[in-house]
Design a binder for this molecule. Structure first.
Ligand SMILES: Cc1cc2nc3c(=O)[nH]c(=O)nc-3n(C[C@H](O)[C@H](O)[C@H](O)COP(=O)(O)OP(=O)(O)OC[C@H]3O[C@@H](n4cnc5c(N)ncnc54)[C@H](O)[C@@H]3O)c2cc1C
Length: 368
């Protein structure tokens, strides 16, 4: 292995995305990050590489190419079949030390959140967790600030040549956005929450053109402190909030009749072919399971239709749903902040408005 000096910034090149597969199935987040990584690599004029670990997973490489990867750095071993922190950390840090990427992105999934900080600590570099926006180009970053911040852009001094990765994430409970750079060490590392970045269109020509690189690495059973005995799928069906076209979410407004409120949301979701989500209150109170939470500490969603029933629209909820194509809010308080982001706001009692909406949708469908 070559000498590894992570302060020699010029020795580091290319953007890498850790591509997470489970039991040979690629996680959607990997495609989102590859799509985002493509933009960063183009801004830097470098290659975009997917880093893929597993056993017999070469078949997934073309898919990554189709979403924008030039190259897939492939590490295969029976010892990498199931995710273990020890094995993945060792292999990733070894290949990073050898090949020296300048940027590394991980999905903020359970695995990404476990793996990225370990790798960052071993590589002695910085990691910005839960990013919601990434930039290289300063002019583009300024455009982003103009739309999303109250900063007086003209009064700031800008180094337009700066090529650091600008990693933006919510801070102070979502009330502020902070942009973080890692100017002295490489690779600059970030985790990005699933659903935040948009997946590019799949391109078969790019999929066919993807290059596969197989770096040498060493991995022994003694490197792995844990043994995976079996992988059990959760018996309960996990709802795919991120991929849903229609989400009907409930909030504390259903407190007076929880079952009734959830039924109204479920009936609407069934009629529209959607799923039921909720604000954090509904998860913390045990009314809905945790995979249904929308918001800063839940899922970031952008469905075609988002219906909010009895949700006030706290900033931490809004950051997770405000990019939905059409937002319909039902709240009995006309001053509720949810109405600021709603395309259609209905001021009223959800127990009355919900069933009326359902009947109206049924009637509209019948009239078609
Ligand atoms: C670090 C941090 C992270 C957080 N992460 C998240 C997150 O990921 N997601 C999230 O949602 N929250 C999150 N929160 C919590 C957030 O700040 C709010 O507390 C939460 O979103 C409020 O949920 P709510 O809108 O359901 O409840 P409330 O704010 O209590 O609002 C209930 C609303 O229902 C309306 N209502 C009541 N009865 C009816 C009725 N019968 N018909 C119609 N309307 C009615 C009321 O007018 C009110 O507007 C986070 C907070 C912190 C500090």
């Amino acid at each position: 292995m070559g000498t590894y000096n992570n302060m020699d910034l010029d020795a580091f090149k290319n953007v890498w995305v850790f591509c997470e597969q489970r039991q040979g199935v690629m996680m959607n987040t990997s495609y989102e990050l590859i799509s985002e990584g493509r933009k960063l690599a183009d801004a830097l004029g470098v290659k975009l590489c997917g880093l893929l670990l597993g056993d017999n997973v070469e078949g997934l490489a073309a898919e990554l190419g189709g979403y924008g990867a030039d190259e897939v750095v492939l590490c295969e071993s029976p010892l990498l079949k199931n995710y273990t922190t020890g094995a993945y950390t060792k292999v990733i840090t070894d290949v990073v030390k050898e090949i020296k990427p300048e940027i590394m992105l991980f999905g903020a999934s359970n695995i990404g959140r476990d793996l990225a900080p370990r790798c960052a600590a071993r590589l002695h570099t910085g990691l910005c967790a839960d990013c919601t926006h990434l930039d290289i180009d300063v002019a583009q970053y300024i455009e982003f600030l103009k739309e999303n911040s109250t900063l007086d852009i003209e009064k700031q001094k800008w180094n337009m040549e700066d090529r650091n990765l600008k990693m933006t994430r919510p801070a102070f409970g979502g009330h502020l956005m902070a942009t973080i750079i890692c100017p002295r060490f490489r690779p600059a590392m970030a985790t990005v929450r699933p659903g935040v970045m948009k997946k590019a269109a799949f391109d078969q020509a790019k999929a066919d053109a993807v290059q596969i690189v197989r770096p040498a690495f060493e991995l022994a059973e003694s490197d792995i402190a844990t043994t995976v005995l079996s992988v059990e799928k959760a018996a309960r069906e996990i709802v795919d909030l991120i991929g849903a076209d229609v989400i009907v979410s409930v909030g504390r407004g259903i407190a007076n009749d929880i079952e009734g409120g959830i039924k109204i949301a479920q009936d609407l979701a069934d009629e529209l072919g959607g799923v039921v989500g909720g604000s954090r209150v509904t998860i913390d109170s045990g009314w809905l399971p945790s995979d249904r939470q929308v918001g800063q500490t839940g899922k970031t969603v952008h469905p075609k239709i988002y219906i909010a029933l009895g949700i006030s629209g706290a900033i931490q909820h809004k950051v997770g749903m405000q990019d939905s194509e059409c937002i319909i809010a039902v709240n009995k308080n006309s001053a509720a902040p949810i109405f600021e982001v709603a395309d259609y706001g209905i001021c009223g009692d959800l127990y009355k408005v919900g069933p009326m909406l359902l009947e109206a949708i049924k009637a509209a469908k019948a009239a078609k």
